[in-house]
Design a protein around this ligand. Structure first.
Ligand SMILES: NC(=O)c1ccc[n+]([C@@H]2O[C@H](COP(=O)([O-])OP(=O)(O)OC[C@H]3O[C@@H](n4cnc5c(N)ncnc54)[C@H](OP(=O)(O)O)[C@@H]3O)[C@@H](O)[C@H]2O)c1
Length: 270
């Protein structure tokens, strides 16, 4: 897939572009960015990497091998209307939109190979956790090419489309939960007399180390947690406070609310 056209170039599209350019997976002269407004940050993408800014010039879509839909769900109909007349029958579409089903995209852009992917913003450093689902027009060669592209911005797993609502809630939104966790813990540490710099440095390394332990050891999260928790010790006191506060229920509610929103977004913009 030589020529890639992004329709929408906000935070997520930019994270993917940074990831691909850093890994030199895609040639910048073959990447075109079509955005509603010409923002300064897009000019810097052009200056830094040489990717092409297209803005209102829809003609470029005629040359696309892969079109990436990366606008907000509320803009999906406008976005599809603006390119439908130019899209060649051979072009593959990859949507990263939360909630919006492939049916909606088939209605807007015709029955063609479509992939629906949920990446996350860690794509910008090659660390996205991406999940991808396919429509029944997608051939194995095209699947392999998309998986290869997604692998260069992190990990990728193939899933069924109806799993993507929960996945969006879990790993699409996931970085925000982790950042919120760091914000809250840092604030608490500062209130307890530690400088924010010391707290941040220790928290970030603790999260990175724990993530690596989960990846590298064959232990379950519960076993690793128990290894930290001395009977009658500090961790036990901390975990008890989390349990008494209903931490697990809070996380379940967070996941359910986010997944419900994903389902609603899909229905709202049909
Ligand atoms: N951010 C994430 O962490 C994340 C993760 C996974 C998936 N996603 C999905 O990725 C999509 C984009 O999210 P985002 O956070 O990157 O949003 P964003 O920062 O708001 O970017 C969306 C971009 O699309 C542009 N746009 C709107 N209508 C357009 C049209 N008709 N043609 C071309 N461009 C158009 C917008 O331009 P204007 O600013 O001029 O309106 C904006 O630059 C969403 O559907 C979201 O569900 C996001």
């Amino acid at each position: 897939m030589k020529t890639i056209v992004f329709v929408g170039a906000g935070s997520m599209a930019q994270a993917m572009i940074h990831g691909w350019m850093k890994e030199a997976t895609v040639s910048p002269e073959n990447v075109y960015i079509m955005n509603k407004s010409d923002q300064e940050k897009l000019a810097s993408l052009n200056e830094t990497y040489g990717v092409q800014l297209v803005c209102e010039n829809r003609e470029i879509v005629k040359t696309a091998d892969l079109v990436i839909l990366a606008m907000k769900p509320k803009d999906v109909q406008d976005g599809m209307n603006s390119i439908a007349a130019y899209l060649p029958p051979t072009a593959v579409v990859l949507s990263i939109l939360a909630g919006v089903p492939m049916d909606t995209i088939e209605q807007g852009l015709g029955k063609r190979p479509i992939a629906r992917c949920m990446p996350n913003t860690s794509a910008s450093i090659g660390m996205s956790a991406s999940a991808v689902a396919w429509n029944d027009k997608m051939e194995s060669k095209e699947k392999a090419e998309i998986i290869q592209l997604l692998k260069t911005i992190g990990s990728v797993i193939e899933v069924e489309e109806d799993e993507l609502h929960v996945i969006t809630a879990l790993s699409g939104s996931g970085p925000a939960y982790v950042y919120y966790f760091v914000e809250a813990f840092e604030k608490a540490a500062v209130a307890s007399g530690i400088s924010s710099q010391v707290a941040r440095e220790l928290l970030v390394q603790t999260i990175a180390g724990s993530a690596e332990m989960l990846k590298q050891s064959n232990e379950t999260p519960a076993t690793l947690r128990k290894q930290v928790t001395s009977p009658g010790g500090t961790t036990e006191a901390g975990i008890e406070a989390l349990q008494e506060s209903g931490f697990a229920d809070i996380l379940a509610r967070c996941l359910n609310e986010a997944a419900t929103r994903s389902r609603e977004l899909g229905k709202r913009y049909i």
